[in-house]
Write a protein that binds this ligand. Structure first.
Ligand code: CP
Ligand code: NVA
Length: 324
């Protein structure tokens, strides 16, 4: 495939996304076949926001492939304040072979990728969560067999997880329906991209403010927290507005009888989802969480296996050039 970074689902062709999913399935069924594939390689993990799944799945994933990870929190880096993003990129590329970053503005991930000569992986921004979407569709593939024509209903806030779910759905031929309160719709350019990609893959992307319309005959009911990391101050105000979008037994009744319930986690039980749904036989949230590991091992392999750290320009080289 020969891609250098994993920043957005939109950067790939439908075939490349499908290839990564197939590789993830292969890795999941034959993990031992890939032991040692990233021997001696190190992944730096920059976290500007908290994490359970992303941190653990990348850490365990690279170890299973024979490599190492380094956890770097704000206390170590303090991106842009202690040191510029450029200098962080230029230092890390001398010592590690890849960087996973979880941050706020999506632009930070894009700039890091521009500065660094090593692969960059988006571990969540305010705009998107592409690794999550890979695990989500891997889970749907395992449980539903075929992704084409599936009705995937996202109910709640039109956030980062929703954007990546729409992008990957458009790439893989699934129909995404997004039900949000007015004013909390996904970004319009994200919807436009999903709609247009759907013209070639046969998928559709539909917005509504009616949760029942989205849930009706759905194969998948998906929700996420109503206030994302960084929006804590809005949590109370949002709770009132979003309550009609709660995924509960009554809402689930409108979906297909064999519909699955998905959530990227962490969940706020009693808010966006009730216990009787998240703990029901419809719920696949822990399989979904486990699949972060397998999907990201595929991403790590693809980006890091056959790539040596690009040789940065050294002062000695410059001196030689000048002497010539
Ligand atoms: N779903 C997810 O990314 O979980 P964490 O925030 O715990 O990493
Ligand atoms: N939308 C959530 C996802 C957490 C994995 C957030 O950004 O906090």
């Amino acid at each position: 495939m020969g891609r250098h970074n994993f920043l957005s689902i939109k950067d790939f062709s439908p075939e490349e996304i499908r290839y990564l999913l197939d590789l993830a399935r292969e890795i999941k069924s034959h993990p031992a076949a890939h032991h040692g594939a990233l021997k001696g390689k190190t992944l730096a993990m920059i976290f500007e926001k908290p994490s359970l799944r992303t941190r653990v799945s990348f850490d365990v994933g690279i170890q299973q492939l024979g490599g190492f990870s380094l956890y770097l929190s704000n206390a170590e880096i303090n991106l842009g304040k202690r040191e510029s993003l450029y200098d962080v990129a230029k230092n890390l590329e001398r010592m590690v072979q890849g960087i996973m970053i979880r941050t706020y503005a999506h632009q930070i991930v894009e700039e890091l990728a521009e500065y660094a000569s090593i692969p960059i992986i988006n571990g969540l921004t305010d705009y998107s969560h592409p690794c999550q979407a890979m695990a989500d569709y891997l889970t749907m593939l395992e449980l539903k067999g075929d992704l084409r024509g599936l009705k995937v209903a996202f109910i709640g806030d039109g956030n980062n997880v929703c954007h990546s779910l729409m992008f990957a759905g458009a790439q893989l031929g699934a129909h995404t329906w997004v039900a949000t309160p007015e004013g909390y719709e996904p970004a319009s350019e994200a919807v436009e991209w999903a709609v247009q990609r759907g013209w070639t893959t046969g998928s559709t992307c539909t917005l509504t403010n009616d949760p029942l319309e989205a849930a009706r005959e759905a194969d998948v009911i998906y929700t996420d927290v109503w206030a994302s990391m960084g929006q804590e101050a809005e949590a109370e105000e949002r709770r009132k507005l979003f309550m009609p979008y709660q995924v509960n037994t009554e809402l689930l009744r409108h979906a297909k009888f064999d519909a699955i319930f998905m959530h990227c986690l962490p969940a706020h039980r009693g808010d966006e989802v009730t216990n009787d749904v998240i703990d029901s036989a419809h719920s696949v949230v822990y399989q979904q969480a486990e699949n972060r590991l397998h999907a990201q091992k595929a991403i790590l392999l693809e980006l890091m296996q056959y790539r040596e750290a690009a040789e940065p320009v050294r002062h000695a080289d410059l001196a030689q050039t000048e002497n010539r």
